[in-house]
Ligand binder design. Structure first.
Ligand code: ASP
Length: 360
């Protein structure tokens, strides 16, 4: 009888321990965020600007971390964080997007659910306040993966998404950067858009700095939720002075965004390179091959990211970077530019926010 009781207790205890470790496993979550890569250097950054970027990245981690730690889905975390970044004029997404050579803001975004390979994207939209929400609506409420231009806006109206006057996206510094780029290309200067505020005074030196710093500024998030699902999303205004309905990598599934059951990637950089190299899907492929190797590889996400960014992208002459998340919750980033706005956090680690190449 005593033995029986002891066995029973031992079995119960073992059950409890397994349940506890399972609960611990289940409680695992992670998030990694980027706010664009480019020529971001200490000497060209004012203390105020740097603090503003760090605060925005901190807030992004807090928003995403709160959703994930409470058991929310990776898709919800991604959408919430990107919506905030789209509202923040510091970033080249939503408000603060760069201008085309015709003086318009044409926005691109995509999202992918790694648990079922569902994906949605919008390209070249001009009035949708939150392109990432439109991308998610395409994924969840249409038969398609990517909608472009007017058709995407008709769909977004049917979905009752929020629309704004195109002047909402206007920022003086992006306008000035476009004016310069258009001048360099020998193109005519477009007219200031209707509804844009009166021109602001911006110091010449400051403009140089902004131009270098803000050549990029795309935003992206990859998250792992407590159910073990990975998702990835990206939102951008594209590249300054783009022409003819140019679409970059950000809304292209496989190029700027990709997610599977065991990998998620969001990219930033010159889209023309990321599209041709299929960067995001390629990193996931490399990562999965490494994970299938004979021995379990630590730092597989870092190795896969470096292999593709420092290898294939750099070899082709492209510039930019990626954030990566693996099924085991490992987060990584890799970029070949002097800096990348980036941040990560997880249930088993402290939050990290970094800007320059020599930080981590
Ligand atoms: N990848 C974006 C594009 O080419 C731009 C960026 O990430 O800065 O549209």
């Amino acid at each position: 009888m005593r033995i029986l009781t002891a066995t029973l207790i031992a079995t119960l205890l073992a059950g409890l321990t397994t349940a506890a470790s399972l609960a611990q496993d289940e409680a695992r979550w992670a998030i990694v965020v980027h706010g664009g890569a480019g020529v971001i250097e200490r000497e060209s950054m004012t203390a105020d600007t740097e603090a503003a970027y760090r605060a925005a990245l901190d807030a992004a981690l807090e928003t995403g971390g709160a959703i994930l730690s409470e058991g929310g889905s990776s898709l919800d975390a991604i959408e919430a964080v990107i919506r905030d970044l789209e509202d923040n004029p510091l970033f080249n997404a939503g408000r603060g997007a760069v201008f085309t050579a015709e003086g318009r803001n044409e926005l691109d975004a995509s999202i992918m659910d790694g648990s079922n390979l569902n994906a949605g994207a919008v390209a070249g939209v001009t009035g949708i306040r939150h392109p990432i929400t439109a991308a998610r609506a395409v994924m969840e409420n249409s038969r398609h993966v990517m909608l472009a231009g007017e058709g995407a806006e008709i769909f977004a109206r049917e979905q009752e998404l929020e629309f704004v006057d195109p002047a909402y996206f206007f920022t003086e510094r992006r306008w000035r950067s476009m004016e310069r780029a258009v001048g360099d290309l020998g193109l005519p200067l477009p007219e200031r858009p209707a509804g844009a505020p009166e021109p602001e005074e911006i110091q010449e030196g400051h403009l140089d700095l902004m131009e270098r710093e803000h050549r990029f500024g795309t935003v992206g998030v990859v998250a792992l939720d407590q159910s073990g699902h990975i998702a990835a999303g990206t939102s951008t205004g594209g590249t300054t002075a783009k022409r003819w309905g140019r679409v970059g990598d950000s809304p292209v599934i496989g190029a700027g965004t990709y997610a599977t059951e065991s990998c998620g990637v969001s990219a930033t950089g010159t889209g023309e390179y990321f599209i041709r190299l299929n960067i995001a899907a390629r990193i996931c492929h490399e990562l999965e091959v490494m994970d299938r190797g004979a021995e379990e590889r630590a730092f597989a996400a870092q190795d896969a990211a470096d292999m593709v960014i420092q290898g294939a992208l750099t070899d082709l002459g492209g510039d930019g970077g990626v954030i990566v998340l693996s099924g085991s919750g490992e987060t990584a980033w890799s970029f070949n530019t002097p800096g990348m706005y980036r941040a990560s956090w997880g249930s088993d680690r402290e939050p990290v926010v970094a800007i320059y190449g020599d930080e981590d």
